[in-house]
Structures are given as structure tokens and as C-alpha cells.
Design a protein around this ligand. Structure first.
Ligand code: WTA
Length: 654
């Protein structure tokens, strides 16, 4: 949790009370999947029953869980396959003609409707192609694709074969991709020729090539054709998916679903922590699937027969894994998968999609809602959004104004908004309202989901009572929890389990109100949240000092109206060089190249010196004060108080 300074800042930040209350309507409550007695269910009974109800087992489990802090195992002795649960069983039960997802390309009029039967054929074909490349149970497969139909297909094909996957977000740079694929020891890398960003081609294959050249474990690069654009070709390693697919069988009997043990690895997902090295979060088979399916069913009140569900996340992040792919498909949902951005070709793109497909449930992030607020409600008003009956939010604390705007302008003034708190590590939503039960408070994620034991602790591990603030902890294991950090058990222990011994420390600050409702306050460690993306300050600092001109760098977040937080970098140059706008441009581009465009600092302040204590420690707390443009905190331990005045001058000149 690094600097408790930052924690205190987060915890004290919420000053005004939000008084508005939105009880569920009788109409919604009457039809809701979750009824009030769900909160009375016993922990073991809840996860046992949900485990048997939401998932089909090849062999039933014989023990609910084992807990040897910090490692848990769930549904022991069970055998199952995630692809079978998401695809085959629906076809076998007669739902083959039901739409699994509507795929909407970024370019207008590139659309596909994929039924469960289509999905099964595509997945089997893809799995047969992977098999022909030697992929089998346990082969690590890295996936670097945009939001194209082949992305869910490739993931499900891996799950079918029992090959663990690791999807790397299409916005990551070659270096970031190579770091992750190497740590995972990926043998196959799946990519596409090009993606699109605002109508322009995005060279995914080119980035994948650069990464593959620096990832010794990768033997083959499997290239899916999407744009049809020309790409460079490496004869030894590259394979065209289409060449192999045309002869591959799509008959499910040609490639049965591999029976997997409950605790077999399903995937790794890399996320930022408080060091420069991303963590490969381990998720296994049964607990993850039960967690994703159960939460999706109750929290989104999913009615498989009538709902059209649209989650705007990218499948390259955990939200897309759990709530575009695995949860919804396990529940036989009909979803929308959208390749593009909300404002291309115009700012009503999402609302056009919602109207056209008759979306009933929408799940998005506060940063997107704030962008829509800025653009104005007229874009939504152009479309018929009357089918929307439930709204979800994830990724960062949602400010009450955005919450109300969302409900009023997208939810027709009546759709409940579920503010869902969770993390890559938790695998599924842990703190959330339940629509039909919870009286909603804008800005509060409400209560722990049934079967989840969350609390707020102070620095000395005492539980904080109503009205207090502190650190969010989880006191009991849960099925979809991470099983560790790939190749780094010590970091797993020290990062999550050593701060409040015996409890999982989430790294978030939280307040608990008189009703026992949770209000999330943001990260209490050196991790920023920019447009819902987790980025560590240290990752960016090390990217900056990697540039030949840079001597030292300190990075922090400042509040931003749209993105939640924005990245501010304070940099000193070698030889005390003064810098220029061109240098700043170059440094921003360098970070983009090292990590990806999402990590580019919004502001770079070049300064002669960074504020330090007499022992030489950078005083980040003071830099945060400068970045936020507020009064400086205690400066008495500064070695040279003049340094700060100079930095303030520089920052204000921006
Ligand atoms: C933040 C995304 C407040 C939090 C699913 C957490 C939230 C981090 C919320 C995880 C929310 C996510 N309210 N904060 N509803 N949802 N967060 O791993 O700081 O990308 O620790 O998972 O996002 O980000 P991650």
C-alpha cells in the first residue's frame, strides 16, 4: 500500500453527504432474480447451491472449498469445461438458434449476428486450428486482438482445449505485450492484421511482430484477417488463420470439450501494481465461472429469454472477460459486442446501437458517462432508449451527478443504476446493489454481494464502524478470487495479505455509512485510475527514466473531470537541461511506446529539481499538491524549499 499519505488523502476526500435515495419500484422488485432473503443465505449454502445451479459439471464437486491463507481452492473434485458451459450445453438444450451476440464493427454496416450454434461451429473450428498447431491442455496461448468476433471465439477455443489464455489489451505497446507474453511463456500468439481506431487502421500485427521477436517462448503467430490490409509476413512463424480454418472441422464431435479440474488454470490477466512490473493474476476454472455467472445473473437481473445485454468494456480487461464473455454466455444471454468507440462516426453511436438491437441492460464506466454528459443529452435523445431497464457502472467511483445523469438521460429516469465494485483480482463483482432490493444511493456501491465478507479496517486492523473510513478488506475467501500472482508468490503475500494479516487488502479506501453501505474512495496505493484503467505511477516513472534525456521522474495523478484521474509527470533532465515543448512531446510519445497510449501523461512538468527530504526521498505528497493546484502540505522536511516554488511556477505555466 506504499504511501499511507495518499491513503489519508483518499479517505478524507469525501466531505459532503449524498442524501438522495432511490428505492426499487414494486414492478422491478416483483420480477427481480434476487429477492430480499438472498442476504440471509448461509455462506456455504449460497456458494454450494449456486455452484450446482449455474454450472454444468462433467463430475460433481465433493468439497465446497479449502482455505489455507492466502490460498483457496473451490469446488474440489469437480470436473467441468468452461466452453461447454458457455456454448455447447446451450446448443444441446435446444437454444442453438438463440443469438449469443450481435457484433457491431466500428465501420458502419459491418455487422454480424452470431447464434449459439454459429458460435459452437466457430469455436470448434478455431480449436481444431489451434490443435493442428500443437496446442493442447496446458499450452499457454497469448491473444492480442481487438474487439472482433474472433476474440471471444479464440478464448473459448482455448478453454475448450484446456489451454490457458492471456488476453493482452489491443492498446498495449509491443514492449508491454512482450513483457506479458514472456512472463506467461506463451507458445502461440494470436493476432489480427489490423484493427480500427476512429475509422483508421491500427497496425496490430506489426506490434505483435515486434513483440514476438522479443518473446523467445512464442513459436507461432496465428494471424486472423480483419481489415484485409497488407501486412509484413515472417515465413517461419506466421500462420494465416484462414488457410488452416478452411480445412478444419466445425463438428463438435471432432473436438470434444476437455474435462478440466475445478482448479486448473483458465487464464492470466495482467494488471498494474505498485512496482514497474505488471502482475499476472491467476484465475482458475470452476470458482471463476461460478462467480462470473452468479453475479451476472443476480446483479444484472438477467432474463435470458428477453434481455439484450451490452457491456461497453474491452474484452482485453477483466470486465470484458467476466461480463462480456464468461458470465453472460454461461447464462445464455444475448449480448452486443462493439468494436469501436462511443463517438465515431458521431457521439450517438452507443445510443444508435442500443436502439437498433433493443438493448435492455447497459454496463459501462463513469468516465464514459462523464464524456456523454459533456457532449450533452441530445445525442441520447435522438434515439429510442425506452427498452433500457437496468444500468451498471464499474471501474472507478461514480460521482453522484454522473449517476443521476445516467439514470435520467439513459435510464429514462427510472432504470436502477448498479454501481459495482470489484477488481481484476476478485474475478467478479463483490460490492454492489441488487436491483429490486437495494435502495440506491448515488455514489455508493451499497453492500457486499451475498457470500462475500467485506469490511473497512483502520491502520491497526480494527473494524471501522458506521460513519468511519479506512481500508477495504475481504475477510473470507470467495470462489472467483485470484489464486496468486504468476511466478511471484512472495509478491502475492506481501501485496495483498500482509497489511491486515489474514485478510485480503484491496488497495482501495472506503467509508461505511450509518446503514452499513460502502462508499468507495479510490486507490490508497501508488496506482492511478485513468478512465477506469489501472496504471501504476512507478511503471510510468520507469518508462520516463528509460528515455536518454531523463535524469529523474516522479509521477502522480490529479483529479480530472472526465477521466477521473489524469497523469502528471515531473521530470528533471540530464545535465540540468531546460527542455522544450518538443522534449515534452517526445517524452509523452516515449511513454506511449513503452506502455501504450493510455499511459501517456496528460501533463509533463520539466523542472530543475524534484522536492526531496534531507535523506533524498522524493516528496510525492507535495507533488500531488502541486498537481492538484492546492495549498501545499507540511514542507518542513524539505531539503530545499525553493525547489517547490519553482515547480509550482512551471506547473502553472502549463
Ligand atoms: C476501481 C475493474 C469505485 C478500484 C473491474 C479497484 C472502483 C480498481 C469500482 C480495479 C467502483 C472498480 N467504485 N472504484 N464501482 N470498480 N474500481 O482491476 O480502485 O481494472 O481497485 O478492475 O478499480 O480495477 P481493475
Amino acid at each position: 500500500m506504499g504511501s499511507s499519505e495518499q491513503g489519508e488523502h483518499a479517505i478524507h476526500m469525501m466531505s459532503t453527504e449524498e442524501e438522495r435515495r432511490y428505492p426499487p419500484s414494486a414492478e422491478f422488485a416483483a420480477q427481480a432474480n434476487a429477492k430480499a432473503d438472498i442476504y440471509e443465505r448461509d455462506f456455504d449454502e449460497f456458494w454450494e447451491t449456486e455452484g450446482r445451479t449455474r454450472v454444468s459439471w462433467f463430475e460433481p464437486f465433493n468439497k465446497l472449498y479449502e482455505w489455507e491463507m492466502p490460498y483457496s481452492k473451490w469446488y474440489l473434485g469437480g470436473k467441468l469445461n468452461v466452453c461447454y458451459n458457455c456454448v455447447d450445453r446451450h446448443v444441446e438444450s435446444g437454444a442453438g438458434d438463440k443469438v449469443a451476440f450481435y457484433w457491431e464493427g466500428e465501420l458502419e454496416d459491418t455487422r454480424r449476428t452470431v447464434t449459439y450454434a454459429n458460435l459452437q461451429s466457430e469455436v470448434v473450428r478455431f480449436a481444431n486450428v489451434l490443435k493442428s498447431l500443437g496446442v493442447k491442455k496446458g499450452t499457454p496461448v497469448a491473444i492480442y486482438l481487438g474487439m472482433i468476433p474472433e476474440l471471444p471465439v479464440a478464448m473459448l477455443a482455448c478453454a475448450r482445449l484446456g489451454a490457458p489464455h492471456c488476453v493482452i489489451f489491443g492498446g498495449f505497446s509491443a514492449e508491454a505485450l512482450a513483457d506479458r507474453a514472456s512472463d506467461f511463456e506463451a507458445e502461440i500468439l494470436i493476432t489480427q492484421d489490423e484493427g480500427y481506431r476512429r475509422g483508421k487502421p491500427l497496425a496490430l500485427k506489426k506490434i505483435a511482430d515486434e513483440a514476438a521477436a522479443n518473446t523467445p517462448s512464442v513459436q507461432k503467430v496465428l494471424v486472423v484477417s480483419h481489415s484485409g490490409g497488407d501486412v509484413a509476413w515472417n515465413e517461419g512463424t506466421d500462420i494465416r488463420y484462414d488457410d488452416l480454418a478452411k480445412d478444419a472441422s466445425s463438428d463438435p464431435a471432432s473436438c470434444p470439450c476437455e474435462p478440466m479440474d475445478s482448479e486448473d488454470l483458465l487464464f492470466l490477466m495482467y494488471t498494474s501494481g505498485t512496482t514497474a512490473k505488471p502482475k499476472g493474476i491467476i484465475h482458475t476454472t470452476a470458482g471463476y465461472l461460478v462467480g462470473a455467472a452468479t453475479t451476472h445473473y443476480y446483479i444484472f437481473d438477467l432474463k435470458a429469454d428477453s434481455d439484450v445485454y451490452f457491456c461497453t468494456a474491452d474484452i482485453g480487461w477483466i470486465t470484458g472477460h467476466s461480463y462480456i464473455l464468461y458470465g453472460p454466455l454461461a447464462n445464455q444471454a444475448t449480448s452486443v459486442i462493439f468494436e469501436g468507440t462511443p463517438d465515431f462516426p458521431d457521439k450517438d453511436r452507443w445510443w444508435d446501437i442500443c436502439e437498433r438491437y433493443g438493448v435492455t441492460i447497459l454496463y459501462t464506466a463513469p468516465t464514459a458517462i462523464r464524456s456523454h454528459m459533456k457532449w450533452g443529452p441530445e445525442y441520447a435523445q435522438k434515439h429510442d432508449l425506452s427498452k433500457i431497464r437496468l444500468l451498471g457502472s464499474v471501474g472507478e467511483p461514480i460521482n453522484p451527478e454522473a449517476w443521476i445523469w445516467y439514470r435520467d438521460h439513459i435510464g429514462g429516469g427510472k432504470a436502477p443504476v448498479v454501481d459495482t465494485w470489484w477488481q481484476t483480482e476478485t474475478g467478479s463483482i463483490l460490492i454492489t446493489p441488487l436491483p429490486g432490493i437495494t435502495t440506491l444511493k448515488p455514489g455508493s456501491a451499497s453492500k457486499p454481494f451475498p457470500g462475500i465478507d467485506a469490511a473497512v479496517y483502520d491502520e491497526s486492523s480494527n473494524e471501522v464502524g458506521p460513519g468511519g473510513g479506512g481500508y477495504l478488506v475481504l475477510r473470507k475467501p470467495w470462489p472467483s478470487m485470484l489464486r496468486g500472482i504468476h511466478n511471484d508468490p512472495n509478491r502475492f503475500l506481501s501485496n495483498y495479505w500482509s497489511l491486515f494479516p489474514g485478510n485480503y487488502a484491496a488497495g482501495d479506501g472506503a467509508r461505511i455509512d450509518e446503514d452499513g453501505d460502502f462508499w468507495l474512495l479510490g486507490r490508497v496505493d501508488d496506482v492511478m485510475n485513468v478512465s477506469g484503467h489501472r496504471i501504476s505511477t512507478i511503471e510510468i516513472e520507469s518508462a520516463l527514466v528509460d528515455h536518454p534525456l531523463v535524469a529523474e521522474a516522479a509521477v502522480c495523478g490529479r483529479a480530472d473531470e472526465i477521466t477521473g484521474q489524469a497523469i502528471v509527470a515531473f521530470v528533471t533532465l540530464k545535465g540540468g537541461a531546460k527542455g522544450s515543448d518538443d522534449v515534452i512531446k517526445e517524452l509523452r510519445a516515449h511513454v506511449g511506446k513503452k506502455i501504450g497510449p493510455i499511459a501517456r501523461p496528460a501533463t509533463v512538468v520539466i523542472t530543475q529539481e524534484l522536492p526531496k527530504t534531507r535523506s533524498g526521498k522524493i516528496m510525492r505528497r507535495l507533488l500531488r499538491d502541486v498537481a492538484e493546484n492546492r495549498a501545499l502540505g507540511d514542507t518542513t522536511t524539505l531539503a530545499d524549499p525553493n525547489v517547490l516554488a519553482e515547480i509550482q511556477r512551471q506547473a502553472q505555466a502549463k
